[in-house]
Design a protein around this ligand. Sequence first.
Ligand SMILES: Cc1cc2nc3c(=O)[nH]c(=O)nc-3n(C[C@H](O)[C@H](O)[C@H](O)COP(=O)(O)O)c2cc1C
Length: 209
Amino acid sequence: MSSTFLNLIKARRTHYGLSKVSTVSDEKLRSIVEEAALHVPSPFNIQSGHIVLLTGKSSDKLWNDIVKPGYLKKFVGDEATTNLYTKKINEYAAGYGTVLFFEDTALLDGIAAKIPPMAPYFPVWSENATGMLQFVVWTALANEGIGASLQHFGAYSEEISENVRKEFDLPSTWKSTAMMPFGVPTGEPGHPGRSKTFNAIEDRVKVFN
Ligand SMILES: Cc1cc2nc3c(=O)[nH]c(=O)nc-3n(C[C@H](O)[C@H](O)[C@H](O)COP(=O)(O)O)c2cc1C
């Protein structure tokens, strides 16, 4: 039923306040990301989307030992900015785990070489495909009572990306597209005191018969 599906979608929000608690087992978390990876579509079914699921010490290591020093080194700022980003990254580190999303550029380059007229479009299709995958995982977690947010530290810094690949022994062709820290939420979604707003739907959706 589409209404059931849309209700599942509405349950997904951005949660920054996270705890080191999961409502489901690590096995169930693995099954959620595996099902998403299997069934979310990709251009020409090349299955360029790849996922790394981190929990426990591995997720802590990502945020505390790779992202935090890498980000603060790249974006050297004044004390206030440093404190702000340290606080934000500590929030992501406070979660139960992190889902890392990648696109395998070897697969994308391979298919682009086989179909030269389509080659210019693969980078955009790759971004579309990883977005679909991220959305499905985010929504599936939300429907297990798990909060998450979407971060892009791999894109901000090649050094962070490289250190992630090194730490988790990933192929050099895996391009980081997003990092999703998750855990049972400690509070309301979004930024404190700011409710989510919606632009007029008539301006966004047109229907013609
Ligand atoms: C493509 C994309 C990129 C985003 N990047 C970030 C990000 O870098 N940091 C962040 O905190 N939220 C990020 N968000 C989350 C949005 O800010 C959030 O989804 C939006 O404000 C709507 O709020 P909701 O998720 O609670 O519905 C991103 C969302 C999308 C779809």
